[in-house]
Design a protein around this ligand. Structure first.
Ligand code: 26Q
Length: 791
């Protein structure tokens, strides 16, 4: 078959023609961005054929689909992974070499699609890649936010947020499907069960192609945008503004009722549109609604899409005239829920009045679900207290997680420890009633992006050492273990790190003006800023180190230079998180400019940490900071990306760190701190006294004095001190001593090269389990049961 990308020559011809058509220019007159547009357009057009074939195959064979409902899809740039997965990377590279163009530079011209803010959103993106690569009919469903997650700048040591108008430049991978729009009702009044006078908003879908690796499969992510609906007769300014707000931005400020309504509108938008879309397709293919569970699983990614449960009930009862019991039986066979959160205060709740006002009929259905659930619990002889505690509706709030557990056939955690905590502690009441629903699916990351794309240097080493097809099945990477003591391979790994450090040094220099030392240990903590993730502990240790290096000449002699790199966005209204960012940046200013220590210690806070930045950071790391308060990090996925690129984890026994230790061996990680059990115990016994630790530790006192001295007002950071001294809910002071010891171990280990690079190799070799291909296979075998697309 002849297509654009079959040979270098055909590609060059097509490229020349497309350049002329789009820009009326000669190839060598184009800007880098125009080259990007031409390349992406050609690729997108070429993918159409396989996209249509995939759709046709799924349709003709009536394959079951999984629809992955997620508020976030943190896709990053798509050009490189699409080229790579389609198998066209080398043809394009050769052609670009002929043109004298830099392919890498052209790839960088794409804007980073930041439709998410953290782990949950990036996991969704990894799942799309893995599922398509395994040939599974798996489709994403979310919102086409006009603005991505905010762009962060550091100004005057503080985080400042700017909008991310990512759609201002054309997004080449999407295709609008106007004809498949769906009208969504909000507000209105009830007449019995009938909703009258609702405000209608049109949900318009855009499909973003998702390319499987070397299997000709092309699926999609469906993103819903909002437009005025024809059903809405009065379209005043207020209405038009409301319509555009719904798909404007991710996690709008919800400190006001208006903001809260907007968030719930968003949740209903993609939940309702996604469900109606599936039902429309199901019926168009001539299938019986009773058979919905044979053809679909709706995976609920955290509680944001909970409304698919009552929404499906509404459609089955009101529009398809089913009885409640029959409808409920269908719902509880199609819905499956993934929990990503342990923090009880993060479990989503909605005020009853607000919920009722925006979604009257849906609320009525939830009330009926609640009534029946309470009866059911009563039948299990539970106390009224317990029933109230577990109910779907509390005295003020609708509890989204409870609806999910009640309405789903599967409830999964995202790492072994996390699932155990859900079963034994957080959701134990539900586990007692529904033990069969609970299961674990340890997260993973796509090795196509997080190894093959970002670390060609390591790929070269693997191709020399590993005979198995690790690209297809990452578990084959285990063979690298045979080389753990091979000095020449150790040296190659060390050189790979050096190359990646040099690339990162350039990026960071351009970004922050700080020049890092390539011989230093690269110690990196990159993740959302949250108290439980304890960036505070990290910076406190850095300050301790700095003070010690300044006064202890012997220590200076034994210390290997270390670069501490932070990347993190704080939620705009999260006061404590913003103080911590400021402490890190102010500390960096002082340390980086102190002639006494500047060859030993550097601190940088990179601006606007996102997927693109991550692609430089992960491969350059020696030390992966995973220092959350044990029991709080559901899984972590950054820890896996670091491991796969040869970094050693300095971390607590939390989330997937526990499994990283299981696979790589505890001797190959640097583990410290309180265990999850100890933390849980301390909460129960109310036995923790941070002030006592402070009073007995001169090091912590000195660190606090240093922070006080950062501002001329010594009370400037009192908010932070008061919290840590009186509450310290996340045990920062409790783990300080153990962390200092762990850091000292790390610094010494790094100087023992044979041991260090052996540890590094052991991490890479044992990262096979953490491919999201493995995760998706487990979801499929145990929850979805999808057949593969064979093209
Ligand atoms: C809650 C209430 C109201 C509004 C928003 C939210 C909200 C928003 C985002 C709650 C949670 C999130 C995001 C959570 C998240 O990213 N969790 C991470 O998921 C990863 C993938 O499973 C895990 O690896 C991380 O451990 C977990 O923190």
């Amino acid at each position: 078959m002849q297509n654009t990308f079959t040979s270098k020559e055909s590609f060059k011809n097509a490229f020349t023609l497309k350049t002329s058509n789009l820009f009326n220019k000669e190839v060598n007159q184009t800007t880098v961005y125009e080259r990007y547009v031409v390349l992406a357009t050609l690729l997108n057009e070429t993918l159409n054929e396989n996209y249509n074939k995939t759709n046709q195959y799924v349709k003709e064979n009536h394959l079951k689909k999984t629809i992955y409902f997620s508020m976030e899809f943190l896709m990053g740039r798509l050009i490189t992974s699409n080229l790579m997965n389609a198998g066209y990377a080398s043809v394009v590279k050769e052609a670009f070499d002929d043109f004298g163009f830099n392919l890498n530079e052209v790839e960088l011209a794409e804007t980073d699609a930041g439709l998410g803010n953290g782990g949950l959103g990036r996991l969704a993106a990894c799942f799309l890649d893995s599922a398509a690569s395994l040939g599974l009919p798996f489709y994403g469903n979310s919102i086409r936010y006009q603005k991505g997650f905010f762009v962060q700048k550091i100004e005057n040591n503080k985080q400042v947020e700017y909008p991310d108008p990512w759609l201002d430049k054309e997004f080449i991978w999407e295709e609008k499907r106007e004809d498949e729009s769906i009208d969504i009702p909000y507000f209105g009044e009830l007449n019995g069960i009938q909703l009258v006078n609702p405000t209608w908003v049109k949900a318009v879908p855009y499909n973003v192609k998702v390319v499987g690796a070397n299997n000709n499969v092309v699926t999609h992510l469906r993103l819903w945008s909002t437009e005025p609906s024809k059903k809405q007769l009065v379209q005043d300014e207020k209405y038009l503004k409301m319509v555009s707000k719904i798909s404007e931005s991710l996690y709008p400020d919800d400190s006001t009722d208006e903001g809260k309504i907007l968030r719930l509108q968003q949740q209903y938008l993609f939940s309702s549109a996604g469900i109606q879309d599936a039902i429309r397709e199901h019926k168009a293919l001539g299938r019986d609604l009773k058979d919905l569970p044979k053809y679909y699983t709706f995976q609920i990614n955290d509680t944001h899409p909970t409304l698919i449960i009552p929404e499906l009930m509404r459609i089955l009862i009101d529009e398809e005239y089913m009885g409640y019991d029959e409808a409920w039986s269908i719902v509880t066979q199609v819905a499956a829920y993934t929990n990503h959160t342990i923090l009880a205060e993060a479990l989503e709740k909605w005020n009853i009045e607000l919920f009722k006002r925006l979604l009257p009929r849906i609320y009525q259905i939830v009330e009926e679900m609640d009534r029946r659930f309470r009866l059911f619990l009563k039948g299990k002889n539970l106390s009224q207290d317990k029933i109230n505690h577990m109910a779907l509706i509390g005295s003020h709030d609708v509890r989204m997680a409870h609806i999910c557990i009640y309405g789903s056939f599967s409830v999964n955690g995202v790492a072994a420890l996390h699932t155990n905590i859900l079963k034994e502690i957080e959701l134990n009441d539900f586990y007692q009633i529904y033990p069969e629903k609970f299961n674990n699916k340890t997260n993973g990351v796509t090795h196509r992006r997080w190894l093959m794309h970002i670390n060609p240097e390591l790929v070269n080493i693997l191709d020399k050492t590993v005979k198995g097809n690790w690209r297809k099945d990452l578990s084959a990477i285990k063979e690298l273990e045979n080389f753990k003591d091979d000095e020449s391979i150790q040296k190659e790994i060390k050189n790979m790190k050096l190359a990646k450090k040099r690339q990162l040094i350039d990026v960071i220099y351009k970004d922050t003006g700080v020049k890092l030392d390539e011989n230093a240990i690269f110690d990196i903590q990159i993740k959302r800023l949250h108290e439980y993730k304890r960036q505070s502990l990290n910076i406190f240790h850095v300050i301790y180190l700095y003070l010690r290096l300044k006064k202890d000449a012997n220590f200076r002699k034994t210390f290997h230079p270390q670069n501490f790199i932070f990347g993190a966005k704080a939620a705009p209204s999260y006061v404590m998180a913003k103080y911590i960012i400021e402490i890190i940046n102010r500390t960096a200013q002082i340390i980086n400019n102190d002639p006494e220590t500047k060859d030993l210690l550097k601190v940088v806070f990179v601006q606007n940490y996102n997927v693109t930045y991550a692609e430089y950071l992960f491969p350059a790391a020696d030390l992966s900071e995973q220092i959350s308060t044990a029991s709080k990090e559901a899984s972590g996925t950054g820890n896996m990306k670091f491991m796969l690129n040869g970094a050693i984890t300095i971390g607590t026994m939390d989330g997937a760190n526990v499994e990283i230790v299981d696979y790589a061996g505890i001797e190959n990680e640097i583990i410290f701190g309180l265990s999850a059990e100890e933390v849980t115990q301390a909460y129960k016994a109310n036995s923790y006294n941070p002030r006592k630790i402070f009073d007995n530790d001169k090091r912590i006192q000195d660190v606090f004095e240093f922070i006080k001295s950062l501002d001329k007002d010594e009370h400037y950071f009192d908010f932070v001190f008061n919290n840590l001294l009186n509450v310290d809910y996340f045990f920062v002071l409790a783990d300080f001593d153990a962390y200092v010891e762990a850091q000292s171990r790390a610094n010494k280990l790094y100087q023992d090269e044979k041991t260090w690079w052996r540890m590094s190799i052991m991490n890479i070799a044992n990262a096979g389990f953490f491919s999201s291909d493995r995760t998706i296979k487990q979801y499929n075998e145990e929850i979805w049961h999808l057949d593969t697309i064979k093209l």
